[in-house]
Design a binder for this molecule. Structure first.
Ligand SMILES: [Zn+2]
Length: 69
């Protein structure tokens, strides 16, 4: 099993299952998730996991600050 991903902004380890767990469905049938349990974003060919929406916003503002190459 791969290790749980870590938030690239604050290095908090995120439980992938809770980040992807759905809290229900929208009226259009899309899955709804609880952003407080973690969120993710597809960027530069990879999924990045974030502990909070705040961290995601920080990352997307300046992704090169957080990506380790
Ligand atoms: Zn974070």
């Amino acid at each position: 099993m791969p290790a749980d991903p870590a938030c690239p902004v604050c290095k908090t380890v995120i439980n992938e299952n809770s980040a992807r767990a759905t809290t229900g469905q929208t009226m259009h049938g899309a899955n709804e998730v609880d952003p407080n349990a973690g969120t993710r974003s597809f960027f530069n060919g990879e999924w990045y996991y974030f502990c909070t929406l705040q961290c995601r916003t920080k990352f997307l503002t300046a992704p090169n600050t957080y990506i380790e190459n």
